[in-house]
Design a binder for this molecule. Structure first.
Ligand code: ZN
Length: 303
């Protein structure tokens, strides 16, 4: 069923892309040159848009596949996104195994075979998904955590990979890209230090969050993330009871939730412990500003 639906969606999308390609070739040569002034770059998630724009400056035009508020695990591209893709010169994938890319990347590449594919995760050490408790006595091991961008050190590797890609597409402007890259890397390194210092004094280093997006962040700064979701699903009633016990035991007062997911079970736990739910967004476009405010949230609620 699922496969049929996807196949139908792909046929429709491919037909639209073909139509768009015909329309483009019907344009005059002059128009085409005007359009190709900027380098079209497509990325999967919003934080990558800041990475590409920081390095590419006014030389790039970025399109993001998974829009604000959408769930990166189940999102499907629209026909207009496929049209942008058909004109792009580079696709910067996250490369860490997020479902959107697992399902779509081959189809996206097939739409535009000339586009350079940059794997932002090249050189990043993938870590296993964090799960605090056993599920019916079984525990699935070996599932890698795709949320690599939530570590500022990984972000620096991703930015380097993006810069290498832009240089490959547009070698004439190599010094420009490298200068921008270094300025942005400097900002990332400074923020890393601010977060490291800011969190160093915490005595209770545990936090609970609905969807386990903060595994790399937690490892980097020596925090313990307790996810509410069980393998991508709402917790069972027994799971909820166990989480409430854990929250009480570790004196957790705040439950984090992401705006892309239903906060209901986070609210249930917060209600049971007399705490509250705070929203934090791992997919905000303003990457540096967002991590900066994430630090402020953590410092406000953790002790
Ligand atoms: Zn996720």
């Amino acid at each position: 069923m699922e496969r049929n639906r996807v196949t139908t969606a792909i046929s429709i999308v491919l037909a639209l892309v073909l139509a768009a390609a015909l329309a483009v070739s019907a344009m005059s040569c002059e128009r085409k040159e005007e359009i190709s002034k900027k380098i079209g770059v497509v990325v999967t998630i919003l934080p990558q848009a800041e990475f590409v724009e920081s390095v590419g400056g006014e030389r790039v035009e970025v399109n993001v596949m998974v829009p604000p508020g959408a769930n990166v695990h189940i999102y499907e591209p629209t026909p207009s996104q496929m049209t942008a893709l058909a004109k792009a010169e580079m696709y910067a994938k996250v490369g860490s195994g997020i479902e959107f890319e697992l399902v779509w990347i081959d189809k996206l590449v097939a739409v535009n075979k000339k586009m350079l594919i940059v794997d932002c995760s090249k050189g990043v050490e993938l870590q296993e998904m964090i799960g605090e408790y056993e599920h019916d006595g079984e525990h699935e091991h070996g599932v890698m955590d795709p949320h690599i961008w939530m570590s500022l050190l990984n972000a620096q590797i991703m930015v380097r990979n993006i810069c290498d890609g832009l240089v490959q597409v547009d070698p004439d402007n190599k010094p420009y890209y490298e200068r921008n890259r270094d300025a942005y890397l400097q900002k990332l390194a400074e923020l890393d230090q601010i977060i490291r210092n800011g969190l160093s004094g915490l005595t209770n280093r545990r936090f609970m969050v609905y969807h386990p997006s903060f595994g790399y962040f937690a490892r980097e700064y020596n925090l313990t993330m307790i996810p509410i979701e069980e393998e991508g699903k709402e917790p069972t009633a027994a799971g909820l009871v166990h989480l409430i016990e854990q929250a009480k035991e570790h004196d957790i007062k705040v439950i984090f939730a992401e705006p892309q997911f239903n906060p209901q079970s986070a609210e249930v736990i917060a209600g049971a412990i007399g705490g509250r739910v705070v929203f934090i967004n791992p997919l905000a476009q303003n990457y540096i500003a967002n991590l900066r405010s994430l630090l402020d949230e953590l410092l406000q609620v953790m002790e």
